[in-house]
Design a protein around this ligand. Structure first.
Ligand code: AMZ
Length: 331
């Protein structure tokens, strides 16, 4: 019997888990099979606990301190390249009329961030997001071929054929935004066919989901959309707060906390990072399942140094956050 390590506590158990929602259990040497059988009896198919943690504790199946001690997940810092007509740009709050052009050589830019230690690259085809057409494919494919780190792409991925074409070209993950709201079944099918490869991009304006280059806003709550993909194999949710995107004003921690609480799918924070302190502030919600952060303008402007940030957010720092929760985690 293969027992997963990752667990999600029921909301009612949060006081018992000191606010931890997502955590890992360690086996006890020599008692793996017996423990697994007892644990399987209190889990649903998505590995959610069906009973309060108190009951597990009373049965000797869980105790504070078991969580994530062997394999702390790292908070990934993911540099972003937004492509508009083949150039590296940043928009202010996603507004196509407020463009800053930073580099005309996207491959050189991508290689530079890989050289500085990035473990993953986030690409956005802004023309694709607006028009649904793959306008920046030449740059996307050249970057994917040049880099050795995994590359993910969002913007204009609106069909299974397009998603699969990109994965076949070597993209590690495809990000689906507009179709997540317009054709959720497509996302679920793709996530089932390509485990670990499908990410949902949820871009929110005042908590409501925006689509098509953020030109349209829906009446769907971002947290409801996140919840609707629970248990269907989506690798992560990229949660973007449009009001802070491209502003360097700091992340919207409340919105991110709500997104992390809405489902057990890992959340990648996007929008508003301006300083190293902004990145470190996310550690307070890392135990809720926030596993990465996308950084764009701050890297181009030099207000965040990628190598320094990667160093600062190393596993030891994260371990501190996981083992010493603060009041802000439990809210
Ligand atoms: O900045 C924008 N206006 C913008 C942007 N960065 N509009 C869309 N996007 C990104 C989303 C997501 O990664 O954050 O494009 C992707 C979604 O594209 P689509 O085509 O699936 O809705």
């Amino acid at each position: 019997m293969k027992l997963p390590h990752r667990w999600t506590a029921q909301p009612g158990s949060l006081t018992l888990t000191h606010g931890y929602r997502h955590f890992e259990l360690l086996g006890e040497q020599g008692k793996g099979a017996e423990r697994a059988a007892r644990l399987m009896a209190v889990l649903d198919p998505q590995c959610r606990l069906l009973v309060p943690l108190r009951q597990l504790r009373d049965q000797g199946l869980w105790q504070p301190g078991w969580q994530s001690l062997s394999r702390p997940a790292a908070m990934q810092i993911i540099p972003a390249i937004d492509l508009l007509d083949g150039h590296c740009v940043r928009l202010h709050q996603g507004d196509y009329d407020q463009v800053t052009r930073f580099n005309d050589d996207p491959v050189a830019q991508a290689l530079d961030w890989q050289r500085q230690g990035a473990q993953r690259l986030h690409l956005v085809d802004l023309d694709g997001a607006k028009t649904g057409q793959p306008i920046n494919d030449q740059a996307v494919k050249a970057i994917t071929a040049a880099l050795s780190i995994p590359v993910q792409l969002g913007g204009g991925v609106r069909s299974a054929e397009r998603a699969e074409e990109l994965l076949a070209c070597g993209l590690d993950r495809v990000i689906l935004g507009t179709v997540a709201i317009e054709q959720p079944e497509l996302v679920k099918e793709l996530a089932t066919r390509h485990p670990g490869k499908v990410v949902v991009g949820i871009d929110a304006k005042d908590g409501l989901v925006a689509t098509r280059g953020w030109i349209e806003t829906s009446t769907v709550k971002a947290t409801d959309l996140a919840q609707s993909f629970e248990g269907c194999g989506v690798a992560a949710i990229i949660s973007t707060d449009i009001a802070t995107d491209g502003t360097l004003a700091g992340p919207n921690l409340d919105a991110l906390r709500a997104m992390a609480e809405a489902s057990s799918i890992p959340v990648i924070a996007s929008g508003g990072i301006g300083t190293l302190e902004d990145i470190l502030s996310l550690l307070s919600i890392a135990p809720l399942g926030v596993e990465g952060v996308i950084v764009g303008r701050a890297l181009y402007d030099g207000t965040v140094d990628l190598a320094e940030a990667l160093q600062a957010i190393g596993p030891e720092r994260l371990q501190d956050a996981l083992t010493s929760p603060t009041g802000s985690i439990t809210g």
